[in-house]
Design a protein around this ligand. Structure first.
Ligand code: GLC
Ligand code: CA
Length: 552
């Protein structure tokens, strides 16, 4: 089936770090409005907004205290309506981040829930009595917060509540039909306002395992975690999750022309098909973590193997996503490429790889100008919960502080959260005030203004790719077949659609390679033409991070 969301190029905006218009150091909705022409010029057709709801902000907005209002740091509901209208005017749709797994502990539901065991909101959350005077089970929270447990004791009713993330983010109880109804009403409210869909946070974790059993795994190091087990599989893909998503689909999603993309950790292609197969009527596509977010850097060979597996999802009437970074990962050019000598070459090769694979494309703000990881000098510069929590846990259990910081730097989620670099003015032109988080000190060299003028411009390369996507359906709907599957360095594949055939070559590393015989033979089959490349001439040797698209 052909649809706009398969053809889409999604631009992800982390509002807090995008553009500040009132000098308080925090990006805002008016800042996005101001930059809509830029986003349009990039060729994006959908904006995904990270959460901008009212929130105490312990997890940058993923802790929502009111689903139906905009946090005053970001603006007002009026600003939001204007943003939506202005985006639509430019042919850009907008999807909201929808967090259904937990709320903030400051949400009125939780405030009520904790008051008494018979409060009408008690069962909106997951409460349990102590087990042998301790927590109800051995689960650890994902943020390594406090002593590490996923349970927090509450004096008032002398029971524990479950929080897989921060203790300020209690998990919701989706067994409760009243909660379900409230959430459906809330989502319809946003859709009636005109939003074009949702990115569903941690969506495969809504249903918890029956009886909330202990994790069978040993306690998670560092030892400072006091015997708790950080086991993200415990709440992933549990029986009942598909029925629930189908119900949300029938009651909400299917009533509108929208896209729904789920964030699903602990999901591989074989599991994913049950979420995204058209006939099942659940959600449209998922973000998997097999390539981008992994503490271990994936090799070209592994990436090829993963892409082959996910392509089966497309072949079986499902749909998939292509992304290499987001607000939870390191910067892609630093992680997969080379952010010094070959910054331009590797950033553009990765872009080309992303845009020519089957699936909806997601660009994370700053990626299009080749923004890099940041190297902050001490833990005080870091903000995000996971890095800070893990750092303190490691130090407490005896790791040398410098070594602890070093081990977390490369993968810290803050690499992606430093403010957007617009120009060479102080703080990269992000704010006239003091930014909520330090700007990457390389902003004088890497910024949008610079990229507009540079001879070798990552930004222009992205624009070319998004332009090609509009003109060539083969990029979206073409079949996908790899060549040279066993080559450890080269990622080579063929896309075919109607009368169009493309051959894509990506040298994933900085080693040179003669053009493989198989490629020459393939190209000899037709009258080939170079569609795009990241080197000025296309010769018999593939240079570091060289990438080409041929049409033949
Ligand atoms: C998702 C978000 C992440 C957040 C977490 C808890 O993984 O992408 O940023 O911390 O959910 O809501
Ligand atoms: Ca602001």
């Amino acid at each position: 089936m052909k649809t706009w969301w398969k053809e889409a190029v999604v631009y992800q905006i982390y509002t807090k770090s995008f553009y500040d218009t009132n000098g308080d150091g925090i990006g805002d909705l008016r800042g996005i409005i101001r930059k809509l022409d830029y986003i349009q010029s990039l060729g994006a057709t959908v904006i995904w907004l990270n959460p901008v709801y009212k929130s105490p902000d312990v997890d940058n907005g993923y802790d929502i205290s009111d689903y139906q209002s905009i946090d005053e740091r970001y603006g007002t509901l009026e600003d939001f309506r204007e943003l939506l209208a202005e985006a639509h005017k430019r042919g850009i749709r907008l999807i909201m981040d929808m967090v259904l797994n937990h709320t903030s502990d400051e949400h009125v539901w939780f405030q009520e829930s904790r008051k008494s065991k018979d409060n009408p909101y008690r069962d909106f959350y997951i409460w349990r009595p102590a087990r042998d005077g301790k927590e109800p089970n051995n689960w650890g929270n994902y943020f390594y917060e406090g002593r590490g447990s996923a349970w927090e004791y509450d004096e008032t009713t002398q029971e524990y509540y479950l929080h897989n993330y921060s203790r300020k983010m209690p998990d919701l109880n989706w067994d409760n039909p009243r909660l379900k109804e409230a959430m459906c009403r809330m989502m319809r409210w946003w859709l009636d306002l005109g939003v074009d869909g949702f990115r569903m946070d941690a969506i495969n974790r809504l249903v918890k395992p029956k009886g909330l059993p202990d994790s069978p795994n040993p306690p998670t190091p560092p030892v400072g975690i006091h015997g708790y087990v950080v086991d993200r599989t415990m709440c992933a893909n549990r029986p009942g999750i598909h029925e629930l998503l189908h119900e949300l689909n029938q009651k909400v999603f299917s009533k509108y022309d929208i896209m729904v993309v789920g964030e699903t950790g602990n999901v591989d292609a074989a599991i994913a098909i049950d979420y995204v197969q058209e006939e099942r009527q659940e959600i449209n596509m998922v973000f998997h973590f097999e390539i981008a977010k992994n503490p271990v850097l994936k090799t070209a060979a592994e990436i090829k193997e993963i892409q082959r597996r996910w392509n089966h999802v497309v072949e079986q009437h499902g749909w998939i996503t292509q992304y290499l970074s987001n607000h939870d990962t390191p910067r892609q050019v630093s992680w997969f490429g080379n952010d010094t000598t070959y910054r331009y070459q590797s950033a553009t090769m990765l872009a080309l790889l992303l845009h020519t694979h089957p699936g909806t494309v997601y660009i994370y703000q700053g990626e299009e100008i080749g923004m890099t990881n940041v190297d902050f000098p001490s833990i005080e510069y870091y903000n995000e919960k996971y890095t800070v929590g893990k750092y303190h846990t490691m130090v407490e259990s005896g790791t040398d502080p410098a070594a602890a910081l070093d081990s977390l730097k490369k993968t810290s989620r803050d690499n992606d959260r430093t403010p957007m670099q617009w120009n060479g003015a102080p703080h990269g032109g992000f704010t006239t005030g003091t930014p909520w988080m330090h700007v990457n000190p390389n902003y004088p060299q890497i910024n949008v203004e610079q990229e507009e003028q540079a001879e070798q411009s990552v930004l222009r390369f992205y624009r070319t790719l998004t332009g090609l996507r509009k003109a060539h359906p083969v990029m979206v709907y073409g079949t996908y077949r790899q060549l040279l599957e066993d080559d450890p360095d080269l990622i080579v594949y063929k896309r075919e659609y109607e009368s169009e055939t493309w051959l894509v070559l990506c040298n994933f590393y900085d080693r040179e390679h003669p053009l493989p015989q198989a490629v020459k033979e393939e190209l000899a089959k037709g009258n080939h033409r170079l569609v795009l490349a990241n080197y000025p001439d296309a010769g018999e040797v593939l240079r570091p991070y060289e990438a080409r698209i041929y049409s033949y």
